[in-house]
Write a protein that binds this ligand. Structure first.
Ligand SMILES: CC(C)(COP(=O)(O)OP(=O)(O)OC[C@H]1O[C@@H](n2cnc3c(N)ncnc32)[C@H](O)[C@@H]1OP(=O)(O)O)[C@@H](O)C(=O)NCCC(=O)NCCS
Length: 160
């Protein structure tokens, strides 16, 4: 088994990122939301198009964690908006892939002058973020494009 590599993405990673996202959501969040919410969060027909747009957005820091050329996780931050946009890690034998990606994103956000990050956490990820020094701002609801509602937690991490 090679080392876990954290690197920036290219458009050629899009399909592997979509597969990683789908597996992470289906395997790690299914106990917290309805089957309909999980299905829509895991995959929508515009998913690849969205990933392509995000990869090409110069405001975003977009990193993947890969092992032996397999993507185990990815994370996206927008430091100019002080926003952690997304973080996913599929089940793996390495351990702490999400935390490693989060640390790398934080370092790059700090380097761009960002002083705090906020995010809308899913219920399943709340403990992960609390363990990684985020604090809860408020509980909230997210409404998807199809009108499904999903309980979430607004959280914040001070980088200074
Ligand atoms: C939230 C999320 C990104 C956290 O990432 P993560 O890699 O699971 O979290 P951590 O970095 O804390 O690592 C925990 C894992 O490392 C393992 N681990 C922890 N310490 C370890 C060690 N010293 N050695 C080996 N393994 C270790 C844990 O057993 C756990 O493994 P598991 O995922 O198979 O149960 C991930 O769970 C996920 O993608 N969830 C679904 C999508 C989601 O909700 N994203 C957030 C949206 S806001």
């Amino acid at each position: 088994m090679g080392p876990l590599i954290i690197r920036s993405v290219s458009l050629g990673d899009a399909e592997a990122i979509a597969a990683c996202h789908k597996e992470a959501v289906e395997k790690k969040a299914a106990d917290f939301y309805s089957a309909a919410v999980i299905a829509e969060w895991a995959w929508t027909p515009d998913r690849l198009e969205k990933i392509h747009r995000e990869i090409q957005n110069p405001d975003f820091i977009y990193l993947v964690a890969s092992l032996d050329d397999r993507i185990l996780g990815y994370g996206i931050a927008n430091p100019s908006a002080s926003e952690l946009k997304s973080l996913c890690a599929r089940p793996n034998a390495v351990g702490r892939v999400g935390a490693t990606l989060l640390m790398a994103l934080v370092e790059q956000c700090k380097a761009r002058g960002c002083t705090y990050l906020e995010l809308s956490s899913s219920l399943n990820a709340e403990k992960f973020y609390l363990d990684n020094d985020f604090r809860v701002l408020k509980r909230d609801w997210h409404t998807s494009e199809s009108g499904l509602t999903m309980e979430c937690v607004m959280m914040r991490f001070d980088l200074s």
